[in-house]
Write a protein that binds this ligand. Structure first.
Ligand code: GDP
Ligand code: MG
Length: 181
């Protein structure tokens, strides 16, 4: 059975873009519009000969997808959506890729998701399961890549900068990912 990697993160961080990049498809709709399916999308990916399945968890109400600000974080609906997305991911995945956005920096929604992920992990043989890899997307320039240290505050270990849109800088992240299988 191939490992399952779930993409988790607040709306607009680039989950669907990364899904398409890693699966070599255009199956995930980028820049969600109202009416977009809320179903999870499965795809196949491979790195250095290691095959795995990826899941674009989607799941967040499309009405929230345009809201890049933390303003909606206070709404119980938003919280329950991101919670159920994160819980499903943690239950089904062997590894969680937790996406955040280098351009916006750390947001309240990111902190909320980090907290939910942490609380849902189980300790198996002294290590947290599933492991979470912190991926800082939209690190398109070297300037942005140099700013990723601020994401250490999420308490999810080393942040890996990538640019899903350009497909650059993903090697280190993928190397780290397959180590977690
Ligand atoms: P999702 O809501 O997390 O699935 O995010 P999407 O994949 O739909 O992307 C949201 C927006 O961010 C879209 O306008 C993408 O084109 C843009 N985006 C995704 N990846 C990158 C990236 O690496 N760099 C930049 N600058 N924009 C990106
Ligand atoms: Mg999406």
């Amino acid at each position: 059975k191939k490992p399952i990697v779930a993409l988790v993160g607040r709306p607009n961080v680039g989950k669907s873009t990364l899904f398409n990049r890693m699966s070599g498809t255009q199956d995930a709709i980028v820049d969600d519009v109202p009416g977009t399916t809320r179903d999870r999308l499965f795809g196949h990916a491979e790195w250095c000969g290691v095959e795995f399945d990826i899941v674009d968890t989607g799941g967040i109400d499309p009405d929230f997808s345009k809201q890049n600000t933390p303003l909606s974080i206070g709404s119980s609906e938003f919280i329950s959506e991101i919670r159920s997305q994160a819980l499903i991911a943690v239950k089904e995945a062997d590894v969680v890729l937790f996406l955040v956005d280098a351009i916006s920096g750390v947001t309240l929604a990111d902190r909320e998701i980090a907290e939910i992920l942490r609380k849902s992990q189980k300790i198996v043989d002294g290590v947290e399961k599933p492991p979470v890899l912190l991926v800082v997307n939209k690190a398109d320039s070297s300037r942005q890549r140099n700013l990723v240290a601020e994401f250490y505050e999420l308490g999810m270990g080393e942040p890996f900068p990538i640019s899903a849109i350009h497909g650059t800088e993903t090697g280190d992240m993928l190397d780290a990912l397959i180590q977690l299988f």
